[in-house]
Design a binder for this molecule. Structure first.
Ligand code: ADP
Length: 542
């Protein structure tokens, strides 16, 4: 027997309409690409999203057409999230940090009809424009006064595009399973793969990230998402702002410690969101200038593992709870978080840090298990570790334009991560499956070693890779970037690690480097390092 309830469609346009009706005065503050701080309200955003919708209609866009963005976190990008998806088109947020060949691949693969581009990226688009196959025009996200000289063809100024449009528009109603946005993974090998979100998956994910166990987002929240809108929809926060009327502070192109602190000081956010490298920059700035984070109660960190030293510094110097989240593009993106619980508040601080170091519990809507290479489920005992598999309505079924499902016969999606699940439900990432080190048939976690190494005050960044070894097949090699001006020897760092990891995990050698390579989303790029240092232990006999 079916229930008797209505079948309203969960649509992104509904979010911005709701925002205008109930939270019209909530502010969106942006550091504009042109420089000055820009402020307006959710009512303004709703008006301008409808103007944009009218303008998009005149560009002859049909439902299902894809429109690309190369843009920072600002109010104009915010409008594109609602205006483009709202009319039934797909907003493809392209990550400008990717290599030009990857950008060309994505824009052509997605068949972007128009590109909306921040001033910062005009030159980049010029350099690839000859290779773009489907793009009919470029809209530059600025006003008339700031329009640049460019050799690009069919260029339109964003402010002029929407200026004379009506701010009345009836958002179309369509099936909530209609595609709304498209984000490509920044795969380290092979072409990027597209994940095509729907209105329904986006709204479900928005509810999840806003819920009490995660962001606790409400109309009294003031959120600073440093996590970019060009990568996994800034963890869904623009949508959450509209759903709950939360004030947003959008950092535009400047994400260094000083610029982020300037916004914190000015706008007093209570919730920050970003990847560990951004927080490293902020903490370093705060240390240098002797400042504290008075307004902030929680910082959500994810994208890579947050080291214990960072969790501790946020807590002890700034009284900020560092909430560790985990997820991936394929999961909209968030899947787990270490929510702050009453139980945590009552435990001793070291045990609490132990929990915060883990990636946390799955949200309702995300099922999670671990399995061996043959797909046999492993015990969730905090000891066994294996492939982390997930299922749920905010998780990809197949990649964009693929004819094949990405799920196994039981409907699980393999995350490519290796993890443990503890008896109380917390998940702990051990490694990426391609990064685990197999020494004499036993696994060593590169993440655990890296996290332990960055606990040393002279270590700015650490990277552990598995390299060939005559006896054990593979052994860990530690690469270290030292904090500027600090001394550290091989012996010192190995001695420091001794009581932090199993003895047989200790790296066979340590190499000091001036910098480490990163992917476009800030993760350590280990593929080239593995090639470069493949024979290091064989050659040195270590
Ligand atoms: P990409 O586009 O580079 O794939 P994603 O953000 O989708 O970027 O990357 C997802 C991967 O990032 C996860 O599968 C996991 O390996 C890693 N990751 C994300 N959050 C964490 C975390 N908190 N701890 C450890 N690894 C993480």
């Amino acid at each position: 027997m079916l229930g008797n309830m209505q079948e309203g469609q969960l649509l992104i346009s509904g979010l911005i309409e709701h925002a205008e009706t109930y939270h019209k005065d909530t502010e969106i503050v942006s550091r504009s690409v042109e420089g000055p701080i820009h402020r307006y309200t959710l009512k303004d955003a709703a008006n301008r999203s409808r103007k944009l919708a009218n303008a998009l209609g005149k560009l002859d866009l049909q439902q299902g057409d894809v429109v690309g963005t190369l843009a920072w976190n600002t109010f104009r990008h915010f409008e594109l999230y609602f205006g483009v998806s709202g009319i039934g088109c797909v907003v493809n947020t392209v990550n400008p940090r990717l290599f030009p060949e990857q950008l060309i691949y994505i824009i052509n693969h997605a068949q972007n009809k128009y590109l909306f581009v921040d001033l910062t990226f005009v030159e980049l688009v010029e350099s690839i424009s000859d290779s773009l196959e489907s793009v009919k025009g470029i809209i530059i996200l600025t006003d008339k006064d700031h329009m640049p000289e460019t050799k690009l063809k069919n260029v339109i100024c964003y402010e002029e595009l929407i200026a004379d449009e009506s701010n009345e528009y009836d958002w179309p109603v369509f099936d909530e399973n209609t595609a709304s946005s498209l984000c490509y993974t920044s795969g380290t090998t092979g072409n990027p793969k597209g994940v095509l979100y729907s209105h329904r998956s986006t709204l479900l994910h928005t509810w999840i990230v806003s819920s009490g166990n995660v962001g606790k987002i409400s109309s009294s929240s003031v959120i600073l998402p440093v996590v970019p809108m060009f990568h996994v929809n800034a963890w869904g926060i623009p949508y959450a702002s509209a759903m709950f009327g939360a004030k947003l502070i959008l950092p535009g192109p400047l994400m260094d410690g000083a610029s982020i602190y300037e916004l914190i000081d000015l706008e007093k956010p209570d919730l920050l969101m970003g990847v560990p490298t951004v927080w490293l920059g902020l903490l370093q700035y705060l240390n240098e200038t002797n400042q504290t984070l008075d307004s902030v109660s929680t910082a959500l960190v994810g994208g890579s593992a947050a080291p214990r030293a960072m969790i501790q510094e946020f807590e002890e110097k700034h009284n900020v709870f560092l909430m560790h989240g985990w997820g991936m593009t394929e999961m909209s993106p968030l899947g787990t978080a270490t929510s702050r619980t009453a139980e945590m508040d009552n435990m001793d601080i070291e045990s609490r840090y132990d929990l915060q170091e883990k990636q946390g519990k799955a949200f309702f809507g995300v099922e999670m298990t671990i399995a061996d290479d043959d797909g046999n489920e492993l015990p969730k005992d905090g000891v066994a570790f294996g492939r982390l598999l997930v299922k749920g309505p905010t998780i990809v079924e197949r990649y964009f334009k693929s004819n094949e499902s990405s799920l196994d016969k039981n409907g699980w999606f393999d995350t490519g991560d290796v993890a443990k699940i503890h008896p109380e439900g917390s998940m702990e990432i051990v490694d990426r499956s391609k990064d685990v080190i197999k020494s004499g048939g036993e696994w060593i976690s590169s993440i655990d070693l890296e996290n332990a190494a960055v606990g040393h005050p002279a270590v700015a960044e650490a990277c552990v890779i598995g390299v060939l070894h005559e006896k054990w097949d593979e052994r860990p090699l530690l690469l270290v970037v030292k904090v500027e001006g600090k001394d550290l020897s091989k012996e010192e760092i190995l001695a420091f690690l001794e009581d932090k990891v199993a003895k047989w995990w200790l790296p066979n050698d340590v190499i000091f480097v001036s910098e480490l390579p990163h992917t476009a989303t800030g993760k350590l790029l280990k593929t080239n390092l593995r090639d470069e240092y493949k024979e290091h232990l064989i050659n040195t006999g270590k």
